[in-house]
Design a binder for this molecule. Structure first.
Ligand SMILES: Nc1ncnc2c1ncn2[C@@H]1O[C@H](COP(=O)(O)OP(=O)(O)OP(=O)(O)O)[C@@H](O)[C@H]1O
Length: 610
């Protein structure tokens, strides 16, 4: 199997930006042809307004000097009309842009980003800090991205307008073209400043996340209890303030640098502007050029500052959006790489006949330098109940995640009835698995739905839900809920909160909704339960495992710290430091007198008491 895709940290290329611009234009066009055309049209018309005003004024002055008052008045009226149209176009343009950005950003792009993130394969991405940093920025970004695009389009028109103005100035004296670099300086300097801000935001993202986490630790209902008992409130608050101060310092430094860039840019432009005016006045004083030329040059040069300002403002908006756009492009590349590296299209078999084989499987978490699983090789025959045991951090959950296709092995392969697990379509494989994880979800919905989610086609199947609740030994507490299966969960939503054990039983019920899984995973399914509940649940789930084995040849994988609960498994895998150190049945492993026998002995003595 190939190594997982690694999105590069290279900055986005011009091609990436152009690709995004095309997609955003498509979204705008699909959302509203009328608004998109209106926006482009108003900007196109605005393009010629400065030139038209200047040309009308020059014609008016030259006609007046030549004594042609009719032409002079007509040209002056023309200048006034163009001026009025300019104001209307500017208002209309910004209203249309606002509408378009709201609709595309809030409705279309938001949905498309959520969809892309939700449909990502596996869970590796949500455990990577580089992914989480970008996802946090992108979550609030759709409006800014759409606004950035339309500001970019606006900036393009502003630059064209500037070019037109400079062409007119050049017709008076080519020397006035030197205003072009002077006009470009504030744009370029401003961009440098914004890049500083954007870099600071990305660098501060981790601190912002840590601050949020510390805030939740101090104020969240569950962790707050431990914080109070430990008396750690003061220390956590101090850390939170320190983290926040660190982020604020980084941002402040970036803002100072951005301000310095901006001031320098404007200072250079002003120097150029003053020099250009001096030149025009000198030319007129020495008898070169008509009076109309002077008015034209003055009009254009005077509006040049406004034009540059609007070009700067629009490109500032567009560049400011870069701090949202760059992480978004990174995520797009990540999802595209992931889609491209998806190999599987096959559907899993209706039932297992041979079983699952691990062939020299190794896996290392991104950003670590230690194998979580090293060269694992073993066979689980179809219809088997297999227990995975081992000490904390030995790799049990990682093994289960690989079986669920949340990660891909870095080397080696996992086969299911002879077919590489990677060759199955991930969604199809997931549809043939059931799992209760130790870090189970707590969904704040109506109770029946929170269980029904385990098998979407049966979301409203009350009979099956009630059966699943029974399988998880949860019937008793559900009957005591105010509205039974219809009870709303989650205090924030006006519902009830469940105890840790009740949440775990709910997750277990959810995991038993599917009737024909090929793989049934129970990762510490009773960690939050008392000993009698644990025993009852293990007995019931063992019976269910046998039923599934008979129905689909399903393999049940149980991860447990409590060795006494897994003695009935057909096969026990003993992991230590990511390696498989022993394999066999309970009886065989006891006879081996190895690691399993030692740990089993320690636990048996501990539970028997002194
Ligand atoms: N998301 C992750 N990123 C980096 N390292 C991880 C991640 N999850 C687990 N690890 C590391 O991989 C190793 C195996 O972890 P794993 O959760 O599989 O062990 P486990 O046997 O299930 O532990 P436990 O009994 O505590 O649940 C550990 O060293 C752990 O620190």
């Amino acid at each position: 199997m190939t190594r997982r895709p690694q999105p590069s940290d290279d900055r986005p290329t011009a091609r990436d930006y152009l690709g995004l611009a095309r997609d955003l234009f498509d979204l705008s066009w699909r959302r509203s042809r009328r608004l998109t055309t209106g926006s482009l049209l108003t900007q196109l018309l605005s393009l010629g307004t400065v030139a038209a005003t200047a040309l009308c004024l020059r014609a008016a002055i030259d006609a007046a000097v030549a004594g042609d008052s009719g032409t002079a008045v007509a040209a002056a009226l023309g200048a006034a009309a163009v001026y009025a149209v300019t104001a209307v176009l500017s208002d209309l343009g910004s209203n249309i842009k606002g509408l378009l950005v709201d609709q595309v950003g809030v409705l279309d792009l938001n949905a498309s980003i959520n969809r892309e993130l939700a449909l990502l394969d596996g869970v590796e991405h949500v455990e990577r800090s580089d992914f989480l940093d970008r996802a946090m920025i992108v979550r609030g970004a759709p409006w800014h991205i759409a606004n950035g695009f339309w500001s970019g389009v606006g900036a393009l028109f502003s630059v064209l307008q500037l070019g037109l103005s400079l062409l007119l100035l050049g017709s008076v004296s080519p020397l006035l073209l030197l205003l072009l670099p002077a006009a470009a300086v504030p744009l370029w300097f401003d961009r440098r400043g914004q890049l500083e801000n954007s870099r600071a935001e990305t660098e501060a993202a981790e601190a912002v996340r840590l601050n949020q986490h510390l805030f939740e630790t101090v104020s969240g209902a569950a962790p707050a209890k431990e914080v109070r008992v430990a008396g750690a409130g003061e220390e956590l608050t101090r850390r939170q303030a320190a983290v926040w101060a660190q982020a604020a310092r980084r941002r402040f430094r970036a803002q100072l640098a951005a301000a310095a860039w901006r001031v320098s840019g404007w200072a250079l432009f002003t120097l150029g502007f003053v020099a250009a005016l001096g030149l025009v006045i000198h030319r007129t004083a020495t008898g070169h050029g008509a009076p109309g030329d002077v008015v034209l040059a003055l009009t254009v040069a005077a509006t040049l500052r406004g034009s540059v300002q609007s070009a700067v403002a629009r490109s500032t908006d567009a560049v400011a959006a870069q701090r949202f756009i760059d992480p978004y492009l990174w995520l797009r590349r990540y999802t595209a790489d992931q889609r491209a590296s998806r190999t599987g299209e096959l559907a899993p078999p209706p039932r297992l006949t041979e079983g699952i084989v691990f062939d020299r499987v190794s896996y290392e978490y991104p950003g670590t330098d230690r194998l979580a699983l090293a060269e694992l090789s073993f066979t689980i025959p179809a219809g088997t109940v297999v227990a995975v045991v081992g000490e904390y951090g030995s790799g049990k959950t990682t093994l289960v995640k690989l079986l669920n296709r949340f990660y891909r092995p870095d080397s080696g392969r996992i086969t299911v009835d002879g077919t590489d697990l990677a060759d199955f379509d991930a969604a199809h494989w997931h549809a043939r698995t059931s799992a209760a994880f130790q870090d189970f979800g707590r969904y704040h919905t109506v109770f029946a739905e929170t269980v029904g989610l385990g098998d979407l086609p049966h979301l409203a199947d009350r009979e099956r839900i009630a059966e699943a609740v029974g399988e998880a030994e949860a019937t008793g507490f559900v009957a005591r809920l105010p509205d039974g299966l219809d009870t709303q969960l989650g205090r924030e939503l006006g519902g009830v909160d469940l105890s840790e054990g009740q949440w775990q039983k709910t997750a277990l019920a959810r995991a038993t909704m599917r009737r024909d899984p090929l793989l049934f995973v129970l990762d510490e399914p009773t960690a939050s339960l008392d000993a009698p509940s644990e025993q009852e649940i293990f007995q019931r789930q063992m019976a269910r495992a046998r039923e599934l084995a008979a129905r689909t040849g399903a393999i049940t994988v149980i991860v447990s710290h409590r060795f006494s609960t897994v003695t009935g498994a057909d096969l026990i895998l003993v992991l230590a430091g990511g390696r498989l150190v022993e394999i066999g049945s309970h009886r065989e492993l006891l006879a081996e007198r190895g690691r399993y026998a030692e740990l089993y002995g320690i636990q048996a003595t501990a539970y028997a008491g002194p």
